[in-house]
Design a protein around this ligand. Structure first.
Ligand SMILES: Cc1cc2nc3c(=O)[nH]c(=O)nc-3n(C[C@H](O)[C@H](O)[C@H](O)COP(=O)(O)OP(=O)(O)OC[C@H]3O[C@@H](n4cnc5c(N)ncnc54)[C@H](O)[C@@H]3O)c2cc1C
Length: 344
């Protein structure tokens, strides 16, 4: 097994931080993945798994072994009366996969178009946008369980319920580093129903009749391109904070104090209503939109996105994030939690 020493990760993290991996290997098969883990264990090295690097804050060079999952392949495996089952390799690009599914008359995923990164990382935080989450289509996930040493128990198939999907959360985040995803199986309903619960998306396609999946796909791409900075131009990881979820009395008290507060009903907790506060609104209302601190800042068109102006580093970014979190806590009594994962 040939690893590369001091591998530059600047193009493998969407913030564009100038960091390196002490040792690096790209794995293109499950067998290569297994060899990489064996190698790390044999040399007592910590390991890090990365896909497209679009949800990471790499704030120092990575010690140990960095494993870049590049297991490819996508195919329709079977159809039932109601669903098409599709397998996709963990290394496939998510957006290209959404496009492929449309090209192959398997619509449904179009609300998740243009989310950067790989298919293997999609279940990790249960990627979501415009009223949809990947968890709703996942049938099962093939993983290498790094806690197991027995060859038979090491390779597992996790069902959708094993994955414990929640808002930007799953079993993979509960037990970070335990599972390495090699392949994802999606169950796509054969009857297509557009999901237009997001007012902005509904407005965009309102005059199109008959509405086709490709129209929703184009609308999602258009809205996203207008709102979010392209990481190739301005380093970022999309939304930097989760939308905080609060109980009804907290929501009502905040709404009373801040009548313009933007919030949406969320899933109930033990039968009691919960509300998802728009973190972007909270940050914007504190005057942070367009705020710059050294080489990093808050995107001028979307307060939920933190950006690297070119020469920033992870430490500067995390300092800015802390400044925002402290202010939000002081003003609203609400805690903002970070979405991208800190490495090392
Ligand atoms: C401009 C922009 C817009 C975005 N918009 C959205 C959005 O709308 N919705 C949304 O949910 N997210 C969004 N994101 C975040 C990001 O695109 C997703 O989280 C994506 O799934 C990350 O994929 P990745 O391959 O880049 O993962 P990475 O950033 O490489 O890794 C993220 C995490 O997944 C783990 N991981 C990666 N691959 C594997 C694997 N094969 N097995 C096990 N663990 C693995 C890593 O160890 C790490 O913990 C956005 C990011 C950007 C830059």
């Amino acid at each position: 097994m040939q690893t590369i020493i001091n591998f530059p990760l600047k193009s493998l993290n969407s913030f564009g931080f100038d960091v390196k991996a002490k040792e690096f290997i790209a794995v293109e098969s499950s067998a290569n993945l297994r060899s990489a883990i064996d190698y790390a264990q044999a040399h007592s090295l910590p390991w890090f798994v990365i896909g497209g690097g679009s949800n990471l804050v790499i704030h120092n060079d990575l010690p140990g072994l960095t494993i870049h999952v590049q297991i490819m392949g996508k195919k329709l495996v079977s159809k039932t009366a109601t669903h098409a089952f599709v397998d996709v390799g963990a290394g496939e690009n998510w957006h290209a996969f959404v496009q492929w599914s449309l090209d192959n008359q398997l619509p449904g995923l179009e609300n998740l178009a243009l989310i950067p990164g790989t298919c293997g990382a999609a279940p990790i935080q249960n990627i979501g946008a415009y009223g949809c989450e990947i968890g709703q289509w996942i049938d099962s996930v093939e993983v290498l369980d790094t806690y197991e040493s027995d060859e038979d128990r090491m390779w597992q198939t996790l069902t959708r319920s094993d994955c414990q999907f929640q808002y930007r959360h799953s079993v993979f985040k509960k037990d970070p580093g335990r599972y390495i995803v090699t392949q994802v199986r999606l169950a796509i309903p054969l009857v297509w129903r557009p999901n237009l619960q997001y007012a902005e998306l509904a407005k965009h396609v309102a005059n199109i009749s008959p509405l086709l999946p490709k129209d929703v796909f184009a609308a999602v791409c258009h809205i996203r391109q207008a709102k979010l900075p392209d990481p190739k131009v301005l380093g970022n990881a999309g939304s930097f904070f989760h939308n905080p979820i609060v109980d009804e009395s907290t929501y009502l008290s905040l709404k009373n104090q801040f009548p313009d507060l933007v919030a949406y009903p969320s899933d109930t907790l033990n039968g009691t209503p919960q509300f998802k506060l728009a973190a972007g609104w909270l940050i914007d209302a504190c005057g942070f939109k367009g705020f710059r601190q050294g080489n990093v800042g808050v995107y001028h068109q979307q307060a939920l996105v933190l950006v690297n102006y070119g020469h920033g580093n992870g430490k500067e970014l995390l300092d800015l994030a802390r400044t925002i979190q402290e202010k939000i806590h002081a003003v609203y009594g609400v805690d903002l939690t970070q979405e991208p994962i800190n490495l090392p």
